[in-house]
Design a protein around this ligand. Structure first.
Ligand SMILES: N[C@@H](CCC(=O)N[C@@H](CS)C(=O)NCC(=O)O)C(=O)O
Length: 266
């Protein structure tokens, strides 16, 4: 069997989904932390592995794999003993279509997390330090969006739009969950793994009400089922710094009513 080395960061959404499938499949891997808060994704040695300056990256004996959803598909192709997708081609198409939607949603997570919480940590920084943070973002479009979010928080148009997209994602998720309680087929798999980190992030940001038992009962039940998986803590919770979780919860709680309203705007 090939060796597997995962470059990842505990709280990163895209890293969590890969760790969930590695654990589901009982695959041992070497863990290499890339601390995004310290900017290690821009380290020239790391950029040789992942030219997009993002995590995760999976290194096997035969290749360097990037793009979290494609890594999930690789894991199911290369290690089919514990399957993570249903078997019919039509059902696999359903999984892929959902994964595509989740992949597209990833771009909205940063503005939501930053606009609600992380930005607040930067309020006390000097203007020089704030500028240095902005200058460390290589992509000019992302840099401009970050500047806007730094200044306006949840009132920044990019955050307002991202929250609307979050509401749409929740509506679509509520519709897609099957009678089995899972997204595709009768057990936890790729579609569930790639979704969990976003629901967890909303929960961390004090937005649990958006999928309370009354509001979106299928997501509520699905979220309970995922958290009950025996490998859940190992793949997710154990790698989340409690200070970060508390920080997101506290800042999220302060603007919760406004944010929940923005999420439901059609
Ligand atoms: N499409 C990529 C997105 C990866 C991505 O955006 N990763 C985030 C963490 S979840 C990251 O590394 N962000 C660092 C940055 O933007 O500086 C994937 O699915 O792997």
């Amino acid at each position: 069997m090939t060796s597997l080395t995962l470059y990842h960061h505990g709280p990163s959404t895209c890293s969590q989904k890969v760790r969930l499938i590695l654990e589901l499949k009982e695959l041992p891997y070497e863990s290499k932390e890339v601390n995004l808060l310290a900017g290690e994704q821009h380290d020239p040695e790391y950029v040789k592995l992942n030219p997009n300056h993002v995590v995760p990256t999976l290194v096997t004996d035969n290749g360097i794999l990037i793009e979290s959803n494609l890594i999930l598909e690789y894991l199911d192709d290369a290690f089919p003993k514990i399957p993570a997708r249903p078997s019919s081609p039509e059902d696999i198409h359903k999984v892929r279509l959902w994964m595509k939607q989740i992949d597209n949603f990833q771009q909205y997570t940063g503005p939501i997390t930053y606009g609600i919480a992380v930005r607040r940590l930067q309020m006390d920084k000097s203007n020089e330090d704030k500028q240095a943070d902005l200058d460390s973002i290589p992509d000019p479009v992302k840099r401009q969006a970050r500047k806007e979010t730094m200044e306006k928080g949840i009132q920044a148009p990019i955050v307002i739009n991202s929250l609307k997209k979050a509401g749409e994602l929740l509506d679509n998720l509520e519709n897609i969950i099957e009678d089995s309680g899972w997204i595709a087929g009768d057990k936890f798999g790729l579609a569930d793994a790639c979704t969990l980190p976003y629901i967890l992030r909303f929960d961390h940001l004090s937005l649990f009400e958006a999928f309370s038992e009354n509001k979106r009962p299928k997501i509520n039940n699905w979220y309970k089922k995922v958290r009950n998986l025996e490998f859940y803590d190992k793949a997710v919770t154990n790698l989340l710094p409690s200070s970060l979780v508390q920080m997101m919860g506290a800042f999220g709680g302060e603007v919760k009513e406004e944010v929940l309203k923005l999420m439901e705007e059609k």
